[in-house]
Design a protein around this ligand. Structure first.
Ligand code: IVH
Length: 706
């Protein structure tokens, strides 16, 4: 029987020799798909096909148990190699960047910076411009000149310790001997692979009969995250330094100055970085780089602009996870055409029905795309996209590929407009478009009304709960949650934490389940245990309350401090006349819509039970107020009237940096009202409540900026 013959042969018809061969092939194939999925973010088969491979492996093993291989897929849960690196907390978070697409976005960025700093249109404001390298970011910590830690970005606060691997990269000094190199210094930058090195690596790969890699970026990422340092050492990785984290001293007071110091210290820096005195100059650099990028020999996906003066950078600070003083000007998205095979309806955690285009796989910008978002039913109708159409798709950076529209000349005869379901495909409940009571407008999103009875919503909430920026439990990803939900092992978040005790008593033990083994189950329970304590903001975010993303979760964590305080406040806040409700919507960054969603969530008995059950299993850490010895740390401040020395946004940002909370209106809980000229009702309210009122000068004096 030929190899192909065996792969198609029914399990019960295989001879022992054929079964042995098949198991070897399946082990290799599944490992390859795991690699593509986990390391290269480039799955080559559908989930169903992947599951079929594992199922076939399991049934052959069931028939010939003695043939089971040590490297069999049944011995591990699609393990990403990255799961074995230790996590490290970054001394300072690794930020991401806001995006600009049009020239006008760049002008807006410069205007925003000027407004924030209170600079007039003609005051000098230098910016650097440099290529945005398409690799993976890394933080390199040096203590007394010695490289002591290399950490990936991870979620920005916590990355993976890849020190041993980083030490094998020739571009990265293991020791810096320069006299002016500070005692503690974290150099940050991008690890990447050149086109030539990528091509040579692929040639070697193919000569060895192996599958070629997909693109330099994913290969660089996969190469760095190898458990076996020898493999990383063989991969041609390079590095550009462009930023820094914790530093006991800085070698200059401008961005450009620090980069020049990097160069002196023997770190590779990008030769195309320029200093610009105006937006026109920035755009000129952008166009030059865009026009010549094909000759660089490595991938870039835009140009990054940064405010040059570091004192300005300091004042500007950051919002959420991106600095106010930098922006990435992206190159236009790449396009391709392909066939639309089907439109699938997915039900999200808030019940939203989202149409997903199932496409003939096509490579766009170096990545294989087979799914694209169609957003909502109006969008499908507006673009008139029909199943069977040839469609134009576009992919920009890391965003989900978009469908621009159909190629009408290629439309098959008889293709009919898509009819959007009005029944939830998961639970059969009605799916409706809510009408906004304020505007009277119909929502673009159709939502399942099944709420808590809808299994799709329940699974999506669990997936969100374990997602990267929420609980992030190693070995418990979307796939496992889905399987465990189906098998009734995990129905609500608290069940995750009782999984082990229940498993001890269960008849169908997890370790006997296909795809699991003793070791992976032990690892899973250990990983779950490490998450019994978690930061309060992650805990709140994990609950999956509508409109509560990471930023809002952080705001809530900061305002309430502990899970108990939050729970208590929200129990009372259900009454819209209550002080607790007023306090909630008064938090800067919350407001009515978000406030209502939060209250609604906590008013639902099932949610109350789920949160209470969860809190029996886990203890969220009290929110750590930034350690500052400022007299305003922990105080609540309201700004009103006109500020004359700093802009309102800068005043607010400074207060927050010092650990104060900024509120929008005055209440008993307000500690200070900073009132400038023109202050009216808020000042009056403060007087009535006896809240301390400060002038802008007094405030600046208090915070040490006077
Ligand atoms: S600056 C605080 N400069 O882009 C500023 N980032 O989308 C931090 N990147 O996570 C980033 N080239 O991995 C900066 N010249 C460059 C860059 C660059 C690539 C990456 C970096 C960052 C991501 C944000």
């Amino acid at each position: 029987m030929t190899a192909r013959g065996i792969t198609e042969c029914a399990v019960e018809d295989l001879t022992e020799a054929e079964a042995r061969k098949e198991l070897a092939r399946l082990a290799k194939d599944v490992a390859r798909h795991d690699r593509l999925y986990y390391q290269q973010d480039a799955p080559a088969v559908s989930d169903a096909d992947y599951d079929a491979l594992r199922a076939r492996n399991a049934s052959i093993e069931a028939r010939f148990p003695e043939l089971a291989r040590p490297d069999s897929p049944s011995q591990r849960v699609g393990a990403a190699p990255a799961e074995h690196f230790a996590k490290v907390k970054h001394a300072l978070p690794m930020l991401s960047l806001g995006n600009a697409f049009e020239d006008s976005d760049v002008t807006d960025f410069a205007d925003r910076v000027r407004r924030f700093l209170g600079l007039s249109g003609d005051a000098a404001l230098d910016m650097t411009a440099e290529p945005k390298i398409d690799g993976l970011s890394i933080s390199l910590r040096y203590e007394e000149g010695e490289l002591v830690l290399g950490a990936t970005r991870g979620d920005g606060s916590q990355g993976e310790n890849v020190t041993a691997n980083v030490r094998t990269i020739g571009d990265i000094p293991n020791r810096v001997t320069a006299k002016d190199f500070p005692d503690i210094f974290e150099v940050r930058g991008e690890i990447y692979m050149t086109h030539d090195d990528f091509a040579a690596l692929n040639a070697r790969q193919q000569a060895a009969g192996q599958q070629p890699y997909v693109n330099p970026r994913n290969t660089a990422a996969g190469s760095l995250r190898q458990l076996d340092t020898k493999i990383t050492a063989e991969r041609p990785l390079r590095f550009f330094a462009y930023a820094w984290g914790e530093a006991s001293a800085l070698p200059a007071d401008t961005q450009m100055g620090v980069i020049e110091a990097f160069k002196r210290w023997k770190f590779p820096v990008n030769p195309l970085m320029r200093l610009c005195g105006s937006v026109d100059e920035m755009l000129e650099v952008y166009r030059t780089i865009e026009g010549t990028r094909a000759t660089f020999g490595y991938d870039i996906d835009g140009v990054v602009y940064k405010v040059n003066r570091l004192d300005y950078q300091e004042r500007l600070g950051f919002v959420s996870r991106a600095p106010r003083w930098a922006v990435a000007h992206k190159f236009p998205a790449e396009k391709a055409t392909t066939r639309l095979h089907d439109i699938e309806i997915q039900v999200g955690r808030t019940g939203a029905l989202t149409p997903v285009a199932k496409l003939e796989p096509v490579t766009v910008g170096g990545v294989v795309v087979q799914n694209a978002s169609l957003h909502n039913e109006d969008e499908i109708a507006r673009k008139d996209v029909r199943i069977g159409d040839t469609v134009i798709i576009q992919r920009a950076g890391d965003v989900i590929p978009q469908i621009l529209g159909p190629v009408l000349e290629k439309r098959p005869k008889g293709a009919k407009p898509f009819i959007f379901p009005t029944i939830c495909p998961a639970c059969g409940s009605h799916a409706v478009r809510e009408v906004n009571p304020k505007t009277g407008k119909e929502d673009v999103v159709r939502r399942c009304t099944g709420g808590l009875i809808c299994p799709a919503q329940a699974v999506e909430r669990l997936k969100h709960f374990v997602s990267r920026n929420a609980y992030d439990i190693e070995g418990l990803g979307a796939k496992q949650v889905e399987a465990f939900y189906k098998e009734d092992r995990i129905k609500s978040p608290a069940d995750i934490f009782t999984l082990e005790i229940r498993d001890e008593r269960a008849e169908d033990k997890l370790k006997d389940k296909e795809g699991f083994g003793d070791l992976s189950v032990r690892n899973l329970f250990a990983a779950i245990d490490t998450r019994r304590t978690i930061s309060l903001d992650r805990f709140i975010y994990a609950l999956g309350i509508r409109h509560v993303g990471e930023t809002t979760a952080r705001v809530l964590a900061k305002s309430y401090g502990t899970a108990e305080a939050l729970q208590e406040a929200l129990d009372t806040a259900a009454d819209k006349e209550s002080d607790a409700y007023a306090e909630l919507v008064n938090i800067d960054g919350i407001g009515e819509v978000v406030g209502e969603a939060i209250v609604e969530f906590f008013a639902e008995a099932h949610n109350q039970e789920a949160v209470a059950a969860l809190l029996e299993q886990v203890t969220p850490d009290a929110y750590e107020v930034e350690e500052t010895d400022s007299p305003v740390a922990g105080k609540t401040v309201v700004f009103t009237g006109t500020l004359e020395q700093v802009t309102r946004s800068e005043a607010k940002a400074l207060a927050e940096r010092l650990g104060a909370k900024v509120a929008g209106s005055v209440s008993k809980k307000t500690d200070y009202v900073v009132a400038g000229p023109g202050a009216g009702s808020k000042r009056k309210k403060a007087e009535e409540l006896g809240v301390m009122i400060l002038s802008e000068a007094e405030w600046l004096e208090l915070v040490g900026e006077g």
